[in-house]
Write a protein of this length. Structure first.
Length: 201
């Protein structure tokens, strides 16, 4: 028999999941306690008692997005050999995330950055931390490839990460907004061109 604590955890997970669905289709600002309650056939007070304020619900959504992003994009790549094989796996899964418009809808790091670029507060700060944490992860993976001799010595890792992020962002834009069926192909070509430029002479 399910305990009260287990039911509470299941309900909280459903609340955060419903709010995340709203965020990835309509933006973080679309989240409202009333709409989440309506979608789950709960009372507004029932949702509020579990998540607190709307801002706290937005933060819970970002935490859940962080977890799913890491589990889908980064953790599977850790099984690859340290260096270029791991970097290739990370980039391949990251680009697949952008291409998979049906499953993920959008990337909250990217969409949220535009949504909150001129705002202040905890939601923006959490988004910023997530983006910087991901950039640091990419930079560390690039540097490991340099240390392994898979990428050229003296490579500007920050520049490479900047260009990797640019490829991801334009893929997300073209796949979702332009609905270009060749967006993923173009992104792969751009990645291979960037990688070729970073290989040892």
């Amino acid at each position: 028999m399910e305990t009260r604590s287990e039911r509470a955890e299941t309900t909280l997970a459903a609340i955060v999941g419903a709010a995340l669905d709203m965020a990835v289709t309509e933006g973080l600002e679309s989240i409202s306690i009333g709409e989440v309650a309506k979608r789950l056939d709960l009372s507004k007070s029932g949702v509020f008692s579990r998540v607190g304020s709307r801002e706290q619900l937005q933060l819970a959504v970002l935490l859940e997005f962080d977890k799913r992003f890491v589990q889908t994009v980064f953790l599977p790549a850790m099984s690859e050999e340290r260096g270029l094989p791991r970097l290739q796996a990370v980039m391949r899964r990251w680009l697949a995330w952008a291409s998979d418009t049906d499953r993920h809808k959008t990337c909250l790091y990217t969409a949220g950055a535009f949504e909150y670029d001129d705002r202040v507060g905890p939601v923006r700060e959490h988004l910023l931390e997530g983006v910087l944490r991901w950039r640091a992860t990419l930079r560390r993976t690039v540097l490991q490839a340099v240390e392994a001799g898979h990428l050229r010595a003296g490579l500007d890792a920050e520049q490479m990460v900047f260009e990797m992020d640019a490829i991801f962002t334009i893929l997300l834009h073209d796949a979702r907004f332009l609905r270009d069926p060749r967006a993923a192909e173009r992104a792969e070509r751009a990645w291979q061109r960037l990688l070729k430029d970073c290989l040892p002479a």
